[in-house]
Design a protein around this ligand. Structure first.
Ligand SMILES: [Zn+2]
Ligand SMILES: [Zn+2]
Length: 264
């Protein structure tokens, strides 16, 4: 199982997960041209992409969706509610290229078993994904204001966890965002701050977790160094050893991150 983030952040999200022969994308929030280029640079043919999973309607997750899906006939998988929210009157996506999935109900795609679960965020519906190849399990949660019990169970079950660490609390409070936006970001339906993510992980880390990828960093209210430091500090305070068993990385905002290869 190979995982790579093509872009992660409030300007655009797109993640690749593949095996020897096929792959899927999770969100398409960067242009179709850029997605094609990044995949090509990694030696991955766009024709090997069997589907695109969509987490919610925000443009940083669907900007390139129509282009890439229509041009290459790639089916889209999301809930009925999210489908309705992304099919605007202007959209050229047809209903038939979007497959409705139901929450917490497994389905198969490209050799993976996939389950969508609900998270709290300010869109008509937002979901995270838990994906398994029978040996390794990856959970992707990029936009959520807080971690509810349902999401927590999927996060705890992962070997590879892609989780939002959106903002540094001080940078947000002291930053230039208008008051309403600061309130929105911090709310239970906004985004996870560094300390929320770090505290949850320090409290709930288990032996099966081998990779943590901090995702969806804010351009204005965070830096990779500060996000990483918050997590390391939380682990230190809980006496959690940071050794070779656990790989922590921060996903790049504007380009592909290193490919993570999970073997059995
Ligand atoms: Zn987002
Ligand atoms: Zn969002």
């Amino acid at each position: 199982m190979n995982f790579c983030s093509l872009s992660s952040g409030s300007s655009g999200n797109c993640y690749y997960l593949g095996n020897e022969s096929h792959g899927i994308l999770i969100d398409a929030g960067i242009s179709a041209t850029t997605i094609r280029k990044f995949l090509k640079d990694m030696g991955i043919s766009i024709n090997s992409i069997m589907g695109i999973l969509v987490t919610h309607k925000h443009s940083d997750h669907v900007r390139g969706l129509e282009g890439i899906s229509r041009k290459h006939n790639i089916p889209i998988f999301t809930t009925q509610k999210i489908r309705k929210s992304i099919l605007s009157p202007k959209s050229k996506l047809s209903r038939t290229c979007i497959h409705d999935i139901t929450l917490q109900n497994e389905f198969q795609l490209a050799g993976f078993t996939i389950e969508a679960f609900p998270v709290h965020h300010d869109a008509p519906e937002t979901i995270g994904f838990h994906i398994s190849n029978g040996y390794n399990k990856i959970t992707i949660v990029t936009d959520l204001g807080h971690i509810c019990e349902t999401a927590a169970a999927y996060i705890k079950a992962a070997n590879l966890l892609v989780i939002e660490s959106n903002y540094d609390e001080q940078m947000l409070v002291n930053g230039k965002y208008p008051y309403f936006l600061k309130t929105r970001v911090k709310s239970d339906h906004g985004h996870l701050g560094n300390h929320q993510t770090s505290a949850f992980l320090a409290e709930n880390i288990s032996d099966n977790l081998t990779h943590i990828c901090l995702a969806h960093l804010s351009k204005n209210n965070n830096t990779p160094e500060i996000a990483l430091q918050a997590l390391q500090q939380a682990f230190l305070e809980k006496g959690i050893a940071q050794n070779n068993h656990l790989h922590i990385s921060v996903l790049k905002r504007n380009g592909p991150s290193d490919v993570i290869r999970l073997t059995r």
